[in-house]
Design a protein around this ligand. Sequence first.
Ligand SMILES: C[S@@+](CC[C@H](N)C(=O)[O-])C[C@H]1O[C@@H](n2cnc3c(N)ncnc32)[C@H](O)[C@@H]1O
Length: 184
Amino acid sequence: MRARYDDVATEYDEWVGAGSALDDSTFTELTGDVASYRHGDAHTLDGLLADSFDGVVCHMSLMDIPDLDQALDSMARVLKPGGWYVVSITHPCFKTPATGDIVDHVDKSVRRTVGKYFVEGYWDGPGAHRDALPVGAYHRTLSTYLNTLNAAGLVIDQLREPRGDTPVWRTVPQLLYIRGHLPA
Ligand SMILES: C[S@@+](CC[C@H](N)C(=O)[O-])C[C@H]1O[C@@H](n2cnc3c(N)ncnc32)[C@H](O)[C@@H]1O
């Protein structure tokens, strides 16, 4: 995958000490060869012409973008008919405004606890996540994501829920990847 980072992506990597789209093997399997990144507001994608891109990626960002309808409408606007898209998000079923992990005292297995699934909107509750990701996010249900993609005219071709490498993320998916296309 060839790509050029913009300053924002580079700073973000340094800030969280985590990988980016380029280091995410599930994402790069779905996107293939991405030529470049552009810097701008995902709500409008101002300055980008309609029907002008073969593909659009949105890596780990939709849950941070306030207006999902606008962002997906803009993705659909700039895609050429038949163009592909890939988005990745924290899994909306397992990363909600009230989640945690518990350890079974008998066999020491770890389970994810999930609450407030139906409470959509911005959340920034106290908790351990603040050290790693000191920002809030916009929670939406799975049906909101899928129905909003549908409303934007973006067809879903493939979902992926890779197994993580920590005890809890080996049992439920931390991330959700969606690949699809704009009908020709
Ligand atoms: C979790 S970070 C992911 C960054 C990068 N895509 C990566 O994977 O390393 C979420 C990003 O969404 C960006 N973001 C939030 N609202 C945005 C908007 N309206 N337009 C463009 N980016 C936005 C934030 O600036 C932040 O960099």
